[in-house]
Design a protein around this ligand. Structure first.
Ligand code: HPA
Length: 234
């Protein structure tokens, strides 16, 4: 057990999927895993371990934002020995060519700051995905006929951002979408020598001012979970 995870040693699989929302973790585990067992509920942050095509998998909430994700990712990697961590979550699109429900595979994650900024200080480290996972996820998306964009994303500190000029610069520099967790997941994975990727579904569009109705979110979320699971065991 750690401060924030109540699982016993051995109850967390080497492969962990990390949705922001603990109820999404429950839904994904019950929908895609064989014999899911709840392994955490500390502070309502649910985690489940089961099997996908015979492989052990944990699906565990990360909470919203990099400070929350950092707590869970640190404990999963350093205390439970997680070796492959895949964020599954939603993002806002920042390019016209990216449509609602499309999947974004985050090759890099830019940021204004992360919980690792204190380490890097004036060094602009470029957090990037694990290539084997990125390649396998692109292939899994193609095999499923899901439209996937591979490129850079922006991990924001603020959801209700009152600095719109920054979004314009992101769009101008090809950033595909905005979310709030991937950059620190990549920092930690690279620091500890494990694999990480963020597989994201476009839930809203910052340029077109569109949003997915909540009923549609579950279906596109399912594609993303399957792409993440296929990539993890490719
Ligand atoms: N901003 C930040 N995070 C997000 C967004 C957004 O517009 N949409 C989904 N996650």
């Amino acid at each position: 057990m750690t401060i924030h995870i109540g699982a016993q040693p051995g109850e967390i699989a080497p492969t962990v999927l990390l949705p922001g929302d603990p109820y999404r973790a429950k839904w994904a585990a019950e929908t895609f895993l064989d014999a899911p067992k709840q392994v955490n509920d500390v502070r309502g942050m649910l985690g489940f371990t089961g099997h996908y095509k015979g492989n052990p998998v944990t699906i565990h909430g990360s909470g919203m934002g990099m400070p929350s994700l950092s707590i869970y990712a640190n404990e999963l990697i350093r205390d439970y020995g997680a070796k492959t961590l895949i964020r599954i979550g939603s993002c806002g699109a920042m390019q016209d060519k990216v449509k609602l429900r499309d999947v974004i595979l985050a090759m890099t994650a830019s940021s204004v700051s992360t919980p690792s900024s204190g380490i890097f200080r004036d060094f602009n480290f470029a957090p990037s995905a694990d290539w084997s996972l990125l390649k396998a996820a692109a292939e899994a998306a193609e095999a499923k006929g899901v439209s996937a964009h591979v490129g850079g994303i922006y991990s924001a500190d603020v959801f209700y951002d009152e600095r719109p000029d920054l979004n314009e610069q992101m769009t101008r520099h090809g950033i595909l979408g905005v979310e709030m967790e991937a950059a620190e997941l990549y920092n930690l994975a690279l620091r500890y020598g494990v694999r990480a990727l963020a597989v994201l579904t476009v839930s809203d569009h910052l340029i077109r001012h569109e949003a997915l109705p909540s009923a549609d979110r579950e279906r596109s979320f399912g594609d993303m979970v399957e792409i993440a699971l296929e990539a993890a065991f490719a």
